[in-house]
Design a protein around this ligand. Structure first.
Ligand SMILES: [Zn+2]
Ligand SMILES: [Zn+2]
Length: 628
């Protein structure tokens, strides 16, 4: 009565067909049809639909799969009745009666399992959720990932995750959370797209693009890739080798660490964190207070989803938009600007270069190099291999590693993740018909000095062409050389204060940064030194005091009484410095060459350490020394 009052006959029949029991936990005729015959109800034969129709009469004793014989007999009784009633032609009935019945319960279809589970949680109680997945693409990439990881097993690499985003709609068209969802040993059910991992070098593109927008650098700006000390933090390169002066584009394409740390120091960590927060990086937001310069080398936590979404904003010329997982949230047309169109263009040009070390070493003709911009990353301890790439149509994020967190010596972004990225692009959009990015109107070409990347001076005889952003990129005059007054034999230099009236010459000398001098000294690399300053000069200089690089300002030392340790004093001094003087608590302690490290036994307590050069320029730091 209740049902008749509230529902039509059709609705009641629909309810019945959706809820009718089919043995075990199977409910409804559609589920039964898929699980017993592997096809939807509309494709069932007369014999099949007859069998299914009668199961609910006795769901236990006619249970398909376990009682096939009984079910077949019951089915044929009904088919004979249909024949007698004249419901079907006799030959159709005869065919149906002779149809074998070999039902086995199939496993339920499980497509895109990680995304399905995720969306089920996000939309509780919603019976049907329409995703943006391209099911063919999804299956193909699942297959590619599975086969790829099978080949990697021998290296003790067991997992991978891949996400494919359509740049125009921001639709997630493929979502592969692990190599094999059904593999319980390697955590196949873990969703690698949302796992928090160290990004290695994959945040560098955002840093460089941000620095392009701040006008600090252009692709040809020269940076010093030499050992440096950043308040106690001494980063090394991946290969523990330093390159000396390099261009910005070389530093990014080769993923050098020191230049990246220097740029981050210049734009400051909070600015980069702000950018990442704008791009929706959740873990970074939580870690905000603990993040330092090391974050640019992977000292923070990100997910593959966050990285892929960030790179999609580079693909969309700096425009950041949220991902679309379901048909329900319609594509947002307007996003937020993370970096400018101009900075994205400079970045993309660098990340497209193919002569670079993060090509897989076994890279050969087995796959084509797709036309994409990409960046690799390898986390500390070789736990994570990343490769994120884009063209105009797609952004693809690849992570390879172990969910257990176990590191593998052979693992690297270039060799472990990039081959998978390339093979996905080869299958997806090898040479996008959408073409490539055009140079924005606000990017132009200019001549710069090859030594510095700055605007050439009269003495800059080697000039090259560089891209720059009009009205944004700094207009710095090159200072790779400087004019110095010397005597005729270039043995003494003069300043304007002590310059004699006659008997001097104006010469050019390399204007080297103290850190570069220290590096050249350490490498025994010859460079042109300034002659010592006129010893009779009485002027006091202020600029360019020695930079104390050891010990670190504010550091604490604990000293054992029985065997007191020594601490090292080291500085970086200007090119014309011959000697430096070290003072401990304002008392002269040692005299040394500017690049010669020395050792002292420090007194206890708060200790003032001063370093003066032979022009009287002075720096102080404070440390504290305690007894253990
Ligand atoms: Zn120059
Ligand atoms: Zn002087």
């Amino acid at each position: 009565m209740q049902l008749e009052l509230h529902l039509s006959k059709d609705e009641i029949l629909q309810l019945y067909l959706n809820l009718v029991p089919y043995g075990g936990n199977i409910e409804g005729i559609k589920a039964a049809s898929l699980l017993y015959f592997g096809k939807p109800p509309e494709l069932l034969s007369l014999a099949e639909i007859t069998a299914l129709t009668i199961v609910p009469n006795r769901p236990s004793s006619l249970r398909p799969g376990t009682h096939n014989e009984a079910l077949k007999m019951a089915r044929n009784e009904w088919l004979l009745r249909f024949g007698k009633e004249g419901l079907f032609d006799q030959n159709i009935i005869t065919d149906a009666i002779h149809e074998p019945l070999n039902i086995k319960r199939l496993s339920p279809p499980r497509q895109a399992p990680h995304l399905s589970l995720r969306l089920q949680k996000d939309f509780p109680g919603q019976p049907v959720i329409q995703t943006m997945l391209k099911i063919q693409l999804q299956k193909q990439i699942e297959e590619q990932v599975k086969n790829y990881i099978n080949r990697m097993q021998s290296l003790n690499i067991h997992n991978a995750a891949v996400m494919v985003v359509n740049n125009e709609t921001m639709a997630v068209e493929a979502y592969v959370g692990s190599a094999d969802f059904n593999n319980p040993y390697d955590g196949g059910q873990v969703d690698g797209i949302r796992a928090i991992r160290s990004p290695g070098s994959t945040l560098k593109p955002l840093l460089y693009a941000t620095a392009f927008d701040k006008g600090i650098i252009t692709p040809k700006t020269v940076l010093n890739d030499v050992p440096g000390n950043f308040a106690g933090y001494e980063p090394e390169n991946f290969d523990q080798h330093f390159n000396g002066p390099v261009t910005t584009e070389f530093a990014l394409a080769n993923s050098l660490n020191i230049p990246a740390v220097k740029i981050l120091k210049e734009i400051s960590t909070p600015v980069l964190v702000g950018q990442l927060k704008k791009a929706g990086f959740q873990t970074i937001k939580k870690q905000e207070k603990d993040l330092g310069l090391s974050m640019i080398l992977g000292g923070c936590g990100v997910t593959l989803e966050e990285l892929t979404r960030l790179f999609a904003s580079f693909a969309n010329e700096g425009d950041f938009r949220q991902l679309n997982f379901t048909k329900k949230n319609q594509p947002t047309k307007k996003g937020t600007n993370i970096v400018s169109k101009e900075a994205s263009f400079l970045l993309t040009s660098i990340l497209t270069q193919v002569t670079r070390p993060d090509l897989p070493t076994n890279f050969d003709n087995t796959y084509h190099l797709p036309r994409i911009a990409w960046k690799t990353g390898t986390s500390y301890g070789k736990r994570d291999a990343w490769s994120i790439g884009y063209n105009k149509r797609y952004t693809v994020g690849v992570w390879v590693g172990n969910f257990s967190g176990e590191g593998v010596a052979e693992l690297s972004g270039a060799n472990t993740a990039t081959p998978l990225l390339f093979s996905i692009f080869n299958a997806l959009d090898y040479n996008s018909p959408k073409g490539w990015y055009q140079m924005p109107g606000n990017v132009a070409l200019r001549k710069v000095c090859a030594v510095s990347g700055d605007i050439p001076e009269d003495f800059c005889d080697h000039q090259i062409t560089d891209h720059y952003i009009i009205g944004v990129s700094a207009y710095r005059k090159c200072r790779h050389l400087k004019y110095v007054f010397t005597d005729h034999s270039a043995r003494i230099s003069y300043c304007t204060y002590c310059l004699p009236e006659t008997g001097f010459e104006k010469r050019t000398y390399p204007n080297l940064a103290p850190e570069l001098i220290a590096y050249y000294e350490q490498q025994k690399f010859p460079y042109q030194k300034l002659p010592p300053h006129n010893p009779k000069c009485e002027r006091v200089f202020y600029d360019g005091a020695p930079l104390i690089v050891s010990p670190n300002e504010g550091s604490e030392y604990y000293i054992r009484q029985e065997e007191p340790q020594q601490i090292q004093l080291a500085c970086q001094a200007a090119n014309d410095v011959q000697e430096v003087f070290w003072y401990i608590n304002d008392k002269l302690s040692k005299k040394s060459g500017p690049n010669e490290p020395i050792f002292i036994n420090p007194p206890l307590g708060r200790v003032k350490i001063s370093c003066s050069d032979d022009k009287g320029r002075n720096s102080d730091i404070w440390i504290s020394v305690r007894r253990m």
